[in-house]
Design a protein around this ligand. Sequence first.
Ligand code: HEM
Length: 464
Amino acid sequence: KELREIPAPRGWPIIGNVAQIDQNFPLRTFGEFADQYGEIFAIRLPGGRKINIACSAALVPDLSDETRFKKNPQGALEQVRNAVNDGLFTARPNEPNWGIAHRILMPAMGPMAIRGMFDEMHDLATQLVMKWARHGPSYPIMATDDLTRVTLDTLALCSMGFRFNSYYTPEVLPFLKSMGSFLQESGRRIGRLPLPEFCYKSENEAYFNDVKEMRATAQGVLNERKREGPGGRKDLLQAMMDGVDKVTGQRMTDDSILDNLLTFLVAGHETTSGLLSFAFHELLSSPEAYRKARDEVDRVVGSGPITVEHMSQLPYLEAVLRETLRLSAPIALYTVEAQDDTEINGWDGKYSIPKGQPVSLLLTKVHRDKRVYGDDSLEFKPERMLEDKFNKLPSGAWKPFGNGSRGCIGRGFAWQECLLIIAMILQNFDLFHFDPSQPVGIKQTLTLKPDKFFMRAIPRDGLN
Ligand code: HEM
């Protein structure tokens, strides 16, 4: 293949391309650049930093080769370290706490452990059903808010034995408020003009107050466990407290436990709530897919209680989740860094990446690559994600959970939780957009979620 130069939109001295980037929705700007420049382009940020943005599925296999490219938190993710330091999600390549935590926590997130969490997931999903049933058919349900409540409560209960009880608070919890503004500001901080720090005094104060609020919540969870003891639980938090790393013989320090508790609270519910919200939105916008999904639930589960055995018998719902993640990956961009000077192969040529330079994979484009998914790549069609077709996708065409050793540790957790919640909601309600004439937008913090997505839920015959 011919070696090509990576195109770059023209920017300004010092500030680079920052003035061109929509600060509330950088992904929109990146998408526009992709339409203009093709499968890869480069942008410059203040301070002369250059980031390459990869947009085609062809580039992904090279970028997924962990001997040549490694995750090294950049941009907004580097800022997130202000709250969680070297926790699993934000650790730099050679930080030892990553390996210790990874090896100790993998088993606590393995298939058997997740199966064992089913009853607690079921308990909280039932509370969501009860809440929506009480609202009655004409109430505008703020779907994303309620789904965020259920995913936060589920994550905290299953992995830490902690009950947030966020259904019972009409207001958004202070933890969630802080997290939302912290993540948004983490994104904004990278686009800041290089002015003296005092120009950002009030932003900085609010930002570090949010950090305090979030860390206090995690500390509260840890204190409660220390006070009450495990009470027979063998969950993620207990693994953090008791686990010994077989490679180094070390335990997780209290600081590392706190960093990772917070990491799980943040990484484990925003993303899942985004997936659930987008999935309901897609189903409501695609009557045929909705009918097939509900038929599957009626056929497999019927009107009785949903059990853990049902979870492996819902292939169409799984395809709905995969297709939703293809079109609306909640983490729409992740970044790796070249370990040495190297080249990556695209559809249209190959490109050289110097040592130390970051490349971000823009999933909103990679997942819509027409050369993989065809001319209807923008359409929601769960059929293309049924098991046999899904298994034949070229490597690199579907990466919503990231890559390799730095891929998502909570994938199985999210999968079981989402299957259960969607199945239970479809079993119990007929769903409608609250006002079909109102377009649903997208909101970007660190993750993507639908914005202003209201639903109506009408109970079907008899609740389960
Ligand atoms: C990593 C996506 C659910 C915990 C990641 C990454 C992605 C991702 C893309 C890699 C990010 C990068 O390379 O920078 C998702 C999606 C989810 C989901 C789409 C839901 C649909 C969860 C859940 C948990 C979780 C439920 C916790 C129970 C983590 C952690 C990491 C991670 C701790 C860092 C892993 C490491 O680097 O060692 N996730 N995630 N995620 N995820 Fe998830």
